[in-house]
Design a protein around this ligand. Sequence first.
Ligand code: ADP
Ligand code: MG
Ligand code: MG
Ligand code: MG
Ligand code: MG
Length: 442
Amino acid sequence: TNYSKEEILQKAKELELEFIHLQFTDIMGVMKNISITIEQLEKALDNEIMFDGSSIDGFVRIEESDMYLRPDLSTFVVFPWTNGSREARMICDVYRPDGTPFDGCPRNTLKRVLKEAEEMGYIMNVGPECEFFLFHTNERGEPTLDTHDNAGYFDLAPVDLGGDARKDMTITLKQMGFEIEASHHEVAQGQHEIDFLYADALATADNIMTFKMAVRIIAQRHGLHATFMPKPKFGINGSGMHINMSLATLDGKNAFYDESDPLKLSKAAYHYLGGIVKHAKAFAAVTNPTINSYKRLVPGYEAPVLIAWSSSNRSPLIRIPAKRGNSTRIELRNPDPSANPYLALAAVLKAGLDGIKNEIEPPAPVCSNVYHMSDEEMKEKGIEGLPTNLYEAIQELSKDEVLKEALGAHIFEKFSDAALLEWSEYSRYVSQWELDRYLRKF
Ligand code: ADP
Ligand code: MG
Ligand code: MG
Ligand code: MG
Ligand code: MG
């Protein structure tokens, strides 16, 4: 809802709110929160709340640390889970003291790329499919890798703690204004998916952040730990966050639909697809930003490995779901829920827009299951693979000027520095796998 300042103040009074949480997201995709008492609300609505940006990961140097929060009034929502105290939140953009948007704020970054799309006559709509695991916690409240489904020999009663928690999550999300389309148990033990209705890209990125927060909180209430880590367990499916996306014209028509095409897809859809294929290697660093992300992107677990598209098959990177008309969309299957949703959508949109601008033709679709394609066949068809680890992905991103422009110099630098640091630590670590392999052998 597009509230005015007066309406928010009025609501706060009516609901007798005590605390307001001002939320924003750092470069790594972690939600940050500054809580103010209700007496400070008017000041917050006048964009006068300041914080020290130097204490936030990847934000700024000490000497330019003063940052201002500008709440987006349309994101005002009351928390349904507080026992007793009455609290609400607003999502904020980060601004410099001189009144310009701070380029280290991922939400500003997405807004900048969305503006570019708008200047080309398009609005981006996105529906994500967030998967996550629910694990038991131990006596000290720490997460384990035990799932509720294999709770053990003694649990004869049909208790599905996970199912109960998921129902509670759905109710909570509905109270927060989400329209839940589906909620189901996923393929792996202890794995779940809750789908909500698509919206414009900015609202969806906000929704993903809110979704993760709500899911974690409700899981905790049920004595469970919810994790959006992409591949918590070896040998079973990891968690993805498929991105279903379409462009609409400014008057709200689906710009990917064209009745006259054999596949009923428009020129814009094909070119967007061409851009996605062209930049896939580079945006992987953003849509799959952790070391662990690449342990999900392996053959055999429903996650994509090859850069190809299909109008039916679910194994390649991109699928065009069968629905047409207003539901005409492209499903991108590599993103995972460890991604910063603002940066992931900015990167993917930029790739698609580049395709439209430069009329990039996509390769021919693949029809067979690409997992079963031989190396020769792949070479012949010119099909390449996604990066196989974070280091490779960062190298690809560094080579891609279009995507660097999408992130902006500040975020690109902080983002790749952090990833390379992560990679160098990981590379030096001696794992159990190596001990098992080599300790006796050599
Ligand atoms: P799957 O068949 O891959 O499991 P789901 O039904 O779980 O797909 O999710 C589909 C998602 O696509 C939902 O979030 C839905 O709201 C979204 N969606 C539907 N139409 C559009 C559209 N035109 N543009 C973007 N997203 C859309
Ligand atoms: Mg789904
Ligand atoms: Mg599904
Ligand atoms: Mg799924
Ligand atoms: Mg899907």
